[in-house]
Design a protein around this ligand. Structure first.
Ligand SMILES: [Zn+2]
Length: 253
């Protein structure tokens, strides 16, 4: 099982360099003992970057996996089990994913409050544009503007984002299970990583990467909606440039 460094705490999302040992290699797939590369999951797209190995720099084009994180690299990588590497992720993409993902939590949490407990039934986090599927909802201009105004007003309050490990019961005592999607998680899951915005403006179990303050988001801009059938509508958005960006932490993990 690969140690997922980006999950250790929220702040580790800002690191981009790490040292690791190659655990196994199969064709173009490399498994490391630890990684900062985020694998596709929870709607969030994977990180890209390089592995600096004994024979030079190798591009990482795709990252997948739940237990073992599998890094897809070029065919002539020459890596072998036991090699020491330094991984460096593409910061611009990582930071865009962090901003987009925290924005998704904020929009989903506010939509639940504003529109009679509407649920988030899907999301796709990409660097340039992202989307959230809501159900049941029928977005009109008024609903869109109410949601955007509330979201951007919260961003202007520069609320902190924090993470914590909580028990299932503790989370359910604070937030309705249909808001956190806790009712969809297997009963065997007893402890979860929780991402909280401000003082319970939103609380949601999540294994993604997030910013430390929603001031880093910049304002949310609505791109369009699309009906996905059975009361589900897709809300697409992008983020304006933030006036309060943070830089990557260059210390090697
Ligand atoms: Zn999430």
């Amino acid at each position: 099982m690969t140690v997922k460094l980006y999950l250790e705490n929220l702040e580790f999302g800002y690191y981009r360099r790490f040292d690791a040992t190659v655990q196994s290699v199969e064709d173009e797939h490399v498994v490391l003992d630890r990684t900062l590369f985020y694998p596709l999951g929870g709607g969030q797209h994977w990180d890209t970057g390089v592995l600096q190995g004994p024979n030079g720099d190798i591009q990482v084009s795709e990252v997948r996996g739940r237990n073992d994180v599998v890094h897809t690299v070029g065919a002539n990588h020459q890596l072998e089990a036991g090699d020491e590497i330094r991984g460096i992720i593409d910061w611009d993409k990582r930071y865009a994913h962090m901003r987009m993902h925290t924005a998704q939590h904020l929009i989903s949490g506010l939509a639940y409050e504003l529109f009679d407990g509407v649920r988030t039934v899907g999301n796709q986090i990409h660097a340039d544009r992202s989307r959230i599927d809501f159900n049941p909802i029928s977005f009109d201009e008024e609903k869109i503007s109410i949601l955007l105004e509330s979201t951007n007003n919260h961003i202007d309050q520069a609320l902190e984002v924090t993470d914590a490990i909580m028990t299932r019961d503790a989370i359910n005592a604070i937030m309705p299970a249909d808001r956190t999607n806790m009712d969809l998680l297997p009963a065997s899951v007893l402890e979860l990583r929780i991402i909280q915005i401000g003082d319970r403006v939103d609380m949601c179990p999540c294994a993604g990467t997030h910013v430390s303050n929603i001031a880093e988001l910049g304002h949310v801009e609505f791109l369009g909606k699309k009906s996905k059938g059975k009361g589900t509508q897709r809300f697409s958005y992008q983020l304006n440039q933030t006036t309060s960006p943070r830089s990557a932490i260059e210390t090697v993990l």
